[in-house]
Write a protein that binds this ligand. Structure first.
Ligand SMILES: *Cc1c(COP(=O)(O)O)cnc(C)c1O
Length: 370
C-alpha cells in the first residue's frame, strides 16, 4: 500500500512517474536498455539529458543567458563551489567579501562553509527567534562578490515573501526545497541551485542555474570537478553525470507540465498550505510556531500546545507513531527543532493534506477526552 509520505527529503514522488520508470526499467525508448546501463555519451542518453534541460528551461522560464548544469554532491557542495568559483583569487591574493543572510540551519551551513574561502559576512540573522521569521534584508556592500539567501527554509518552515534588492551584486539562492513550487523570476538571480531530492527527483543530482557572466572566474588551483566553467563547456558531461537521476527529473518535469506547469501547481500548493494553516489556526491543540508573513508553502512545522515539556514530547512522539500506523509517515520535526513537520511538496496530493487534518482532528478529540 502507498502511504502519504510527508518526508522533507528525499520525499514523495508522483506515482505516475514511478510507474512509468518501472515500466521502462529494462527497455527505455525502445533501446533494449535501462537508462542505468546506457553510455552517457550515446545517442540513446543524449536526448534524455537534453529533454530534461529543455523542460526545466521552459517550466522555469530560464533566460538564454543562463546555463543549466546537472552536478553531484548535493546542495551542500554548492556551499563550497559558490565561494570557490565566484569569489576566490589566485594564491596569495586578498580575500573577497560576500554577504549571507542567516534564516536557518542550511543558511548558516552555507555561510560557515563559505567562510573558508571568503570573508562571509552575515548581514542579518533571525536566530533571535529560532529562525521563525524572515528578517528585513539589508543592502549588500557594493564590493561583495555575491549575496546569498536560502529561499525556503526546509527545517523551520519559512520562505522569503520578497527578494532582496542587491543592485549590481549577484543574488545567489539555495532553492532546494522550493524549486518549481511557484513562479520565480530567474533573471533576478546570478545563480540558483537545488538538490533534487525535495521537489525534482531522486537524491544524487544537483541543479545549478548560473548567469553566463559568472562562469569562468574560478582560480587556477580550483579542482576540475568543482569548476562551473568546465561543466558548462562540457554540457554537464566532463565526467559521467548522474544519468538515472537526470532521467527521473525529466519524467517529473513531464508530469509537472501535464499538471499545467508551475502556475497551476503553485495554485494547488497554495490551496494545500492554506487548508493546513487555517486548520492549525482553528485548532486548540496544535499551532504553527512560524511568523504569518514568512510561512513556507512546502514545509509546515507544527507543535502541541503544552507547557510541560516532558508531556509535550510524549504527546508528539505518540502523534508521530499513531499517524504512521494510519499511513501518514515521516511527520517528525527535524532532530534539531523537534515537534512535527508536514512537507507537502508538489507531488503531495491535496487528499494527503485532507487525511492528515482528519487524523489530527481525531487525535485532538481523543486527547481532549483522555
Ligand atoms: C535539503 C537541503 C539542503 C541539503 O541538501 P543536500 O543535497 O543533502 O546537500 C540544503 N539546503 C536546503 C534548503 C535544503 O532543503
Amino acid at each position: 500500500m502507498r502511504v502519504y509520505n510527508f518526508s522533507p527529503g528525499p520525499s514523495t514522488l508522483p506515482l505516475p512517474v514511478l510507474e512509468r520508470a518501472a515500466a521502462e526499467m529494462t527497455d527505455t525508448n525502445g533501446t533494449g536498455q535501462s537508462v542505468m546501463e546506457m553510455s552517457h555519451r550515446s545517442k540513446d542518453f543524449r536526448p534524455i539529458i537534453e529533454k530534461t534541460e529543455e523542460l526545466l528551461r521552459s517550466l522555469m522560464g530560464i533566460p538564454a543567458n543562463y546555463k543549466v548544469l546537472f552536478l553531484q554532491g548535493g546542495a551542500s557542495l554548492q556551499f563550497s563551489m559558490i565561494p570557490l568559483n565566484l569569489a576566490s583569487g589566485e594564491a596569495g591574493s586578498p580575500r573577497k567579501k560576500a554577504s549571507y543572510i542567516e534564516t536557518g540551519i542550511w543558511a548558516k551551513k552555507a555561510a560557515d562553509e563559505g567562510a573558508k574561502y571568503v570573508e562571509a559576512i552575515t548581514r542579518v540573522s533571525s536566530k533571535d527567534k529560532a529562525y521563525t521569521y524572515i528578517p528585513k534584508a539589508p543592502p549588500p556592500d557594493p564590493d561583495d562578490a555575491y549575496y546569498h539567501i536560502t529561499l525556503n527554509n526546509t527545517i523551520v518552515g519559512t520562505k522569503w515573501a520578497y527578494l532582496p534588492e542587491t543592485g549590481s551584486v549577484p543574488l545567489v539562492a539555495d532553492i532546494s526545497s522550493s524549486i518549481l513550487s511557484e513562479p520565480l523570476d530567474v533573471s533576478r538571480f546570478g545563480l540558483i541551485y537545488a538538490g533534487a531530492q525535495k521537489n525534482l527527483g531522486p537524491a544524487g543530482t544537483t541543479v545549478v542555474i548560473i548567469r553566463d557572466d559568472l562562469i569562468g572566474k574560478a582560480p587556477s588551483w580550483a579542482p576540475a570537478l568543482l569548476r562551473y566553467d568546465i561543466y558548462a563547456a562540457e554540457a554537464s558531461m566532463y565526467n559521467t553525470p548522474p544519468c538515472y537521476g537526470i532521467y527521473i527529473i525529466g519524467l517529473v518535469l513531464e508530469w509537472l507540465l501535464k499538471q499545467g506547469g508551475v502556475k497551476a501547481i503553485a495554485e494547488l500548493n497554495k490551496a494545500k498550505a492554506d487548508r493546513f494553516y487555517s486548520y492549525l489556526e482553528s485548532s486548540k491543540f496544535f499551532y504553527s510556531p512560524v511568523d504569518k508573513e514568512s510561512r513556507s508553502l512546502m514545509n509546515i512545522p507544527f507543535v502541541v500546545r503544552e507547557n510541560d515539556l516532558a508531556k509535550k514530547a510524549e504527546i508528539e512522539s505518540r502523534f508521530v507513531k499513531e499517524a504512521a500506523a494510519e499511513g501518514l509517515v515521516n511527520l517528525a520535526g527535524h532532530r534539531l527543532v523537534g515537534g512535527m513537520r508536514a512537507s507537502i511538496y508538489n507531488a503531495m496530493p491535496i487528499q494527503g493534506v485532507e487525511e492528515l487534518i482528519q487524523f489530527m482532528e481525531s487525535f485532538e478529540g481523543r486527547a481532549a477526552g483522555a
